[in-house]
Structures are given as C-alpha cells and as structure tokens.
Write a protein that binds this ligand. Structure first.
Ligand code: ZN
Length: 307
C-alpha cells in the first residue's frame, strides 16, 4: 500500500475494528510452526549430540505434520505452515507434502534464529537464506513471515517490505489485523500485521525437554481446550482474529491433536467465523486500504521522561 503516513498527534492509536468479508463477524486462522530441530539447535547447539532430544523434535515432521494434514483435510481447512529453512532442507518431502495439500508456506528464519540484539544486516542474511531454501526445496516464494520466538526487531518490517512480503504475524498489540507502517522503502508504506498471543501458542502448554525447557510443564489437553475454546468464543464476540499457533512436535501428539480438531470444529460450527490461512486474511486486509499504524520505539531519556 502506498500513501503518506499521518504524523501521530495523540500518541499510539489502536487498530481499527475489522470488516470481515461475506458478512463474517470474526476470523480464525490455524498456523503451524514446523520448527523441528532448528529452534533447539540454535538455542543449544550441543543438543545435536542428544538423540533423545533430536527425536522429540523430529516427531513433528515425521508424525505430527501428517496427522495435522489429515485433520485439516477432513475439515477442508487451509492453514499456514511456518517453515525454517533448516527444516525444509532436512525434511524436503514433508514440506512438499504441505505444499501439495494446498496450504500456505511462510518464512520462519533459517535456523530459527532469535533476533534480539542482532544487526539488520545479520537479520537480512537469515531472511535471504530462508527464502533461498524455501524456493529451492519447496518451489515457494513465501509472502508471510513470523519471527522466531515472536521476537522481531525494529528493522523487521522494513526488511520484509524490501523483500516483497505481504504479512507478518509476530506482534501482540491488537485483536484484529492492521496495516503496520514501514519507513524507508519506496512504494511500500506498510505490511499487514496479524497479531498473535502467548495464550494461543501450544509451546507454553506442552513444551518440556530436560535441561532445555526449564521447569517441567506438560498441561492436560483438557485445560488447553478450555483456554483456546474460551478465547475463540470471545474473539468471535469482539470481531477479532483468532490466530492459533501450534507446533507439530507438540500438538501433533494424539490427545493434543484431538483438542486441535475440536477447536477447528468449533470455529467452523459457528458459521459466521471466517476460517482462512493468514495469507488470505492479509489479502483481505490489504483490500481495505486502511491507514497504516505506526509503531515507534519507546525512548526513555536520562531525566526519566517517556518518549
Ligand atoms: Zn518457531
């Protein structure tokens, strides 16, 4: 989208209510971060010498993804799969199966690199390496991005815009998608941001690896179902976008997959919730020609005044 970005006069402003297509009152999107070994290898490179840990992660592409693809197929739901480049190189057949099933492939770093404190040049190198692998292995040029660990930098929107991305799904300051202003890129004023939240991520519910994850944490799928079901119901009430993030190595396990399927069934049963991959939701947002929101870095000066 192009056009001048108005100067903020009242400080940060919230995203505007969303008008959903075809009379829908809300949206729901199911996304799967196919981290496999990548996130662990980046955070804890020595884990490559631990077959038990590696097998915990490889369960995702080997068992979880096929099970999830079956569930999505049964319900006719298109989803978004965020695939680190390393995963695509290690499991090319699995990634091609996702493409063949008609789902959106999106970018999730090369080795799931955390970006906090990383220079824009280094961040750009991760983006370019991930793009190269997804194009080479899966034949896909993704238009969607999710920062590993949902930890983007202030340079991320510009780096995405420079590479032709349409949407990002890493921020948490709204219930609805919005146009996020980008500066410094000619002819590109914004990218579409589709907000997420830790409460709609299975990592915080199920992730446990000795020596890596910290305290043991394996919640009952019944509790997770309650958490997600209530949020879906309430997000429908406020006209928002229920953006669920699952990891196949976690939610691909049998009883958790049952809960995932129940949530998908709930979303479809409403009849007035638009269930779509993030790319389609972003395309709808782009069609509305919304005024981009600016997100500015907070500054605290030595006298303690917030800016
Ligand atoms: Zn991830």
């Amino acid at each position: 989208m192009t056009g001048a970005i108005p100067e903020p006069t009242t400080g940060p402003v919230p995203a505007v209510p969303m008008v959903w297509p075809d009379g829908h009152r809300a949206a729901a999107s199911f996304s799967f971060d196919v981290d496999a070994e990548s996130a662990i290898l980046h955070a804890s490179p020595g884990s490559a010498s631990r077959p038990g840990v590696m097998s915990h992660q490889s369960y995702g592409p080997l068992v979880g993804v096929p099970r999830i693809l079956d569930i999505l197929d049964r319900h006719g739901v298109e989803a978004t799969f965020f695939v680190p480049g390393y995963t695509a190189e290690r499991y090319p057949g699995v990634v091609r199966d996702i493409v063949a099933a008609g789902h959106e492939i999106a970018h999730h770093g090369y080795l799931h690199e955390t970006l906090e404190g990383v220079s824009p040049q280094t961040e750009a190198s991760y983006l370019d390496r991930g793009l190269e692998v997804l194009e080479r292995v899966a034949g896909v040029r993704p238009v969607g991005y999710r920062a590993p660990m949902w930890e983007p930098t202030w340079a991320t929107p510009r780096l995405l815009a420079e590479r032709g991305f349409l949407h990002d799904s890493s921020l948490m300051d709204a219930d609805v998608p919005y146009e996020l202003a980008v500066s410094g890129v000619p002819e590109v004023a914004s990218i579409v941001e589709i907000p997420i939240h830790w409460a709609l991520d299975d990592w915080e519910q199920y992730f446990f690896l000795p020596g890596i994850s910290g305290d043991p944490l394996i919640e009952s799928p019944t509790k997770v179902h309650e958490l997600w079901s209530l949020e879906l119901e309430a997000m429908r009430d406020v006209g928002g976008c229920f953006a669920l993030t699952n990891h196949p190595f976690l939610s691909g396990r049998p009883s958790r997959a049952v809960v995932l399927e129940r949530i998908i069934t709930q979303a479809l049963a409403y009849g007035d919730v638009w269930v779509a991959p993030l790319g389609q939701i972003a395309g709808h947002v782009r069609s509305l020609d919304l005024t981009p929101r600016s997100m500015t870095r907070p500054v605290v000066d030595p006298s303690g005044t917030a800016g």
